[in-house]
Design a protein around this ligand. Structure first.
Ligand SMILES: [Fe+2]
Length: 429
């Protein structure tokens, strides 16, 4: 059972299940762990928080000194509908998130924030269904503020998705250790969705699983098993777009408050495949190479030190900028080592920063030297980049991004751009 206790009652053997404040205001990089040492206990008590949350099924309780013997929440089949509000027992109701009682004891650095951000996975709020039980921890992220989310509970004490949660500002994140639980949740939602919603649930599942996979791949770039899984993902994306006659609703992330390479990679892959199909490309091999090359186009970013990767571009030194631009060749080398994909896959990867004028990188290809796949991804990549905020850059609206691209006829292929705009227009209706 999740329990809120005062800081004075905390002791070794308890399992911390969240702090009563933003992650950023505590000295800990994780908010879910067992207190195993006096040192950890001291740090918690000195952190300035007045209360913490503990999980009495994973660690000691306040009074008994024993773990609660109870069927773990994780074992409860997800998908249980929430009872009517009046049936929810008062003690099971989640407390309000109180204000921090003490000032933050220390300021965390940007690199600490990046570590935590990379240890979480951004999930699509639309993947959650009101009334369903969630068996994974959720965080909200507003800028650099990452806060554990306290969910309302049903009469069984299970945390449920509420309308307030779905309408809350900011993004939703889960810990990477919870991705399997999230995957199971997506399967359950898809199973329970009616025929009318079957396709959008399926698309949501493809997209969210693709993000998990790409995030995973970035931690072990080139892993053959994960590369194989990427192939399966691209095949699913292609089938879905063909089946829906070009509709990509739920296959890409719309509201992007921050830059995540996995979200960007999936978006670019979906945009590129859909644009290629809209242009009349029917060859499975061609579509596959465009889709997979687009999904892996930034895999070389996995070799860039996080402090360079997340630094605002205008603050990068000449050396760091060179390092960053090197992600294209790094990606090429990673993908080339894997023998299970056609060489055409490397084209969108190598050409995603090129443009018709020859002012792109790394090769400065000009006009007809750019392959079709390169001309497609040079548009989809820049579009997704412009519509995503990141340190030092505030996203512009889809309309403004497309207006900008339209004004750059010397850089981007006007016919391809027209098809891309049609694809986006169709999916936003
Ligand atoms: Fe790139």
């Amino acid at each position: 059972m999740r329990k809120k206790i005062s800081i004075g009652a905390v002791r070794i053997g308890m399992y911390v299940d969240g702090f009563d404040t933003s992650w950023f205001k505590t000295p800990f990089l994780r908010h879910h762990f067992e207190i195993k040492s006096q040192d950890q206990l001291d740090k918690i008590k000195e952190s300035g928080v007045s209360h913490i949350f503990i999980d009495t099924e994973k660690g000691l309780d306040v009074l008994s000194g024993e773990r609660t013997v109870r069927k773990p929440v994780q074992d409860v089949a997800p998908g249980v509908k929430a009872p009517e509000p009046e049936a929810v027992a008062n003690e099971a109701k989640a407390p309000e998130q109180p204000a921090t009682k003490y000032p933050p004891p220390q300021n965390k650095s940007f690199s600490d924030y990046i570590k935590v951000k990379d240890d979480l996975l951004q999930i699509d709020k639309l993947s959650l269904v009101e009334g369903t039980v969630v068996v994974f921890g959720l965080y909200t992220k507003n800028g650099m503020d990452i806060v554990p989310l306290i969910l309302n509970r049903n009469k069984k004490g299970e945390p449920v998705v509420t309308k307030e949660l779905l309408n809350s500002p900011g993004e939703l994140m889960i810990e990477r250790c919870d991705v399997n639980k999230y995957r199971d949740y997506l399967k359950m939602v898809m199973k329970d969705s009616g025929a009318a919603n079957a396709m959008s649930s399926k698309n949501m599942m493809i997209k969210e699983n693709a993000k998990i996979l790409v995030q995973d791949l970035f931690n072990t770039p080139g892993d053959p098993e994960k590369m194989d899984a990427c192939k399966g993902t691209v095949e699913s994306v292609i089938s879905s777009i063909i089946d829906t006659k070009g509709l990509i609703t739920n296959l890409f992330t719309v509201n992007k408050h921050d830059y995540y390479v996995y979200t960007h990679s999936v978006n670019v892959s979906v945009f590129s495949v859909a644009t290629a199909i809209a242009m009349g490309i029917q060859s499975e091999g061609e579509l596959f190479a465009i889709g997979l090359g687009s999904l892996l186009h930034d895999i070389g970013m996995s070799t860039i030190p996080p402090e360079v990767l997340h630094k605002p571009v205008e603050r990068l030194t000449e050396f760091e900028l060179g390092l960053l631009k090197g992600h294209v060749y790094e990606g090429h080398d990673i993908v080339k080592l894997y023998k299970g994909i056609p060489p055409e896959t490397l084209i969108p990867l190598m050409e995603h920063h090129e443009n018709l004028m020859g002012t792109g990188y790394p090769m400065g290809l000009k006009g007809g030297k750019l392959h079709l796949a390169g001309r497609i991804i040079s548009i989809t990549n820049i579009y997704d980049t412009l519509t995503t905020s990141r340190p030092g850059f505030k996203a512009i609206s889809p309309y403004d991004a497309l207006t900008y691209l339209n004004s750059q006829a010397n850089l981007y292929d006007a016919d391809i751009l027209k098809e891309f705009i049609t694809v986006l227009g169709k999916s936003s209706q």
